[in-house]
Ligand binder design. Structure first.
Ligand SMILES: Cc1cc2nc3c(=O)[nH]c(=O)nc-3n(C[C@H](O)[C@H](O)[C@H](O)COP(=O)(O)O)c2cc1C
Length: 344
């Protein structure tokens, strides 16, 4: 248990350091909307609301999965949950593995009785624990959906990380059939590409969170924790492994028009949220940007959400989009041919 606590604390400390974040401008800034100088809209009437998992949320912004399982983690999660409740936006909890294994109390639902809460387990734990573990994760926080994170790169960089990735697809398929809430499958910063997405779609997955490269870099964070010089040499070429969400989202959208997509990995402001939606995502998730506010107070998280919403609203005014349906087909600068396909 002390080991898990220390690992989670290291993750928080290192995720806050710029050295383990992608470079600003690397990816999302490549998509430029066409500026609409005649928007014919009133700023105050722009509608950010969205239906997510059958519930109306005030904006298409998810608080991305972050840690539990250390002293700081409990406070961070409470602040995030209280803000999610106040702002009516969904919150994904961090991995519930430790809490379930050690039968620790999970009080997050008490802080967010009406919010959309997403549970969280790793793919390798799911393969071992099966649908019973998945249902326990859902029940323990009365989750509205369960997120399964797939993180082979992170595990390879971690001392004693999981190496056995067999049997995960079969367990995900069983969970899709038997779990009483939807399953969302995500990466943690390398991205889910079309080949994996097709395999997931084929076994019944309806929600994918892309979590591409360009934001929090988990190979870099794990290498900073890993004392082995041999591992450092082996992992060095993989320091920037993965594909940007901005490049993956259109590929996944083209794969299956009914697939529900969440854009994430390096989403840093409301304009990036708008870019994800324009590329076919229903929602966008941010993790690291909520970490520093969550260490302060729920008020600081509410203020952060308010700024993100205002950035999204301003993007919508500047693109002449009265609501999210209009934003999904907003004009893109015509010189950016790679992004110009329309999706419906
Ligand atoms: C401190 C921290 C802890 C995280 N823990 C988890 C986790 O337990 N489960 C998970 O699915 N993702 C976890 N993530 C990954 C994020 O949900 C996200 O996919 C990734 O950091 C990329 O998004 P970002 O660039 O907005 O941070 C964590 C992220 C951070 C910053």
């Amino acid at each position: 248990m002390a080991d898990i606590r220390q690992r989670k604390q290291d993750h928080i400390d290192l995720a806050l350091q710029e050295a383990h974040q992608g470079q600003l401008g690397d990816q999302f800034d490549r998509l430029r909307f066409e500026p609409i100088a005649v928007p014919e809209l009133h700023h105050d009437q722009i509608d950010l609301s969205v239906e997510f998992l059958g519930r109306i949320c005030s904006a298409p912004i998810i608080i991305g999965a972050m840690t539990g399982g250390c002293d700081n983690g409990e406070i961070i999660n409470r602040h995030l949950a209280e803000a999610a409740e106040e702002c009516q936006i969904p919150m994904a909890v961090g991995s519930q593995r430790a809490a379930l294994e050690l039968a620790l109390p999970q009080r997050i639902r008490q802080s967010a009785p009406n919010a959309v809460l997403l549970g969280n387990l790793g793919g390798t734990q799911l393969a071992q624990g099966g649908v019973d573990l998945a249902q326990a994760a859902v029940d323990s926080i009365d989750a509205n959906a369960l997120v399964i994170h797939l993180n082979p790169l992170q595990e390879l960089a971690q001392p004693n990380g999981d190496r056995d990735w067999r049997g995960i697809l079969r367990t995900i398929e069983t969970c899709c059939q038997r779990l009483d809430v939807p399953l969302i499958v995500k990466e943690v910063g390398a991205g889910i590409g079309p080949t994996s997405a097709q395999r997931l779609i084929d076994i019944g997955v309806q929600w994918i969170e892309v979590a591409g490269r360009g934001g929090t870099n988990w190979a870099s964070i794990e290498m900073a924790r890993n004392p082995s010089t041999r591992d450092a040499q082996i992992m060095q070429p993989f320091a920037d492994w993965g594909v940007y969400s901005i490049d993956l989202l259109p590929q996944l959208r083209a794969l299956d028009a009914d697939l529900n997509l969440i854009g994430s990995g390096g989403v840093r402001h409301g304009l990036d949220v708008a870019r994800c939606l324009r590329l076919g995502a229903q929602m966008a998730a941010l993790a690291q940007p909520f970490l520093a506010p969550a260490m302060q107070s729920s008020r600081a998280v509410v203020e952060k959400i308010d700024i993100l919403k205002e950035q999204l609203r301003r993007t919508m005014l500047l693109t002449g989009s009265a609501d999210l349906a209009a934003l999904a087909c907003a004009a893109i600068d015509s010189t950016q041919s790679q992004f110009n396909g329309k999706h419906t």
